[in-house]
Design a protein around this ligand. Structure first.
Ligand SMILES: CC(C)(COP(=O)(O)OP(=O)(O)OC[C@H]1O[C@@H](n2cnc3c(N)ncnc32)[C@H](O)[C@@H]1OP(=O)(O)O)[C@@H](O)C(=O)NCCC(=O)NCCS
Length: 189
């Protein structure tokens, strides 16, 4: 798997579900099923792949959510899932996908959210969302994991709770549950 890394929009036939399954290991089936359903819905906002030497080695998905601001609902995007095949992890593929996803989101919405490792995403443009007044969709999201990018089109009034569409709840994909939640909270103490 050598060759120049190219990030491009997903095309028909790209093995995106396989890449997601491989990246997320034990949770792979669940995450891939969620993404497959999101991607087939009117919630899809972007799907980018990283290709090297003719092989798809990574993927990032973007989908619709809202911020429930006092004035009105604000259309925002959620970045999830971000997947790199195990053989290519730690070689910059995820960072390239993230940069491309931020460029796409910047052109589309004032805010981009995700739940994830602040050590990874904090070095790549994201900030803690609670520090800017946003509330996560569930109290089961540890505060440092709830992250946002505010683009130039963001205005002060666009703040409030992140609201996920129904599909996130059907897949129980918002926040964490015990025992993982308790483990992460223990690590953060
Ligand atoms: C997390 C993930 C997307 C990062 O992409 P990547 O291409 O491996 O990462 P990059 O090469 O761009 O960046 C390297 C950084 O990621 C870290 N990293 C590498 N492999 C990692 C892994 N398996 N899990 C978490 N972080 C990892 C490295 O420590 C390095 O950190 P640093 O920049 O602080 O030194 C990728 O490892 C992955 O697909 N993991 C499994 C699925 C997952 O957890 N997705 C994110 C869910 S929020």
């Amino acid at each position: 798997m050598t060759g120049e890394l190219v990030v491009r929009p997903e095309r028909t036939g790209d093995p995106v579900a396989e890449v997601v399954r491989a990246a997320f290991a034990d949770e792979g089936e669940h995450v891939a099923a969620l993404w497959t359903e999101l991607a087939a819905s009117d919630l899809l906002r972007g799907s980018l792949v990283a290709e090297a030497g003719g092989e798809v080695v990574g993927h990032v998905g973007l989908s619709h959510a809202w911020v429930d601001a006092r004035r009105e609902l604000v259309e925002v995007w959620v970045l999830s899932p971000l997947s790199v095949v195990p053989e290519r992890q730690g070689t910059g593929v995820g960072s390239r996908l993230l940069a491309a996803a931020l460029d796409a989101a910047r052109a589309g919405v004032p805010l981009l959210f995700l739940e994830g490792d602040p050590g990874y995403y904090g070095a790549r443009g994201f900030e803690r969302a609670d520090r800017h007044g946003f509330a996560p969709a569930t109290t089961r999201t540890p505060a440092p994991a709830f992250q946002v990018v505010r683009f130039d089109t963001h205005e002060e009034w666009m703040t409030g709770r992140l609201v996920y569409p129904d599909i996130w709840w059907r897949y129980d994909a918002a926040g964490l549950r015990d025992p993982r939640l308790a483990e992460i909270e223990e690590l953060l103490r």
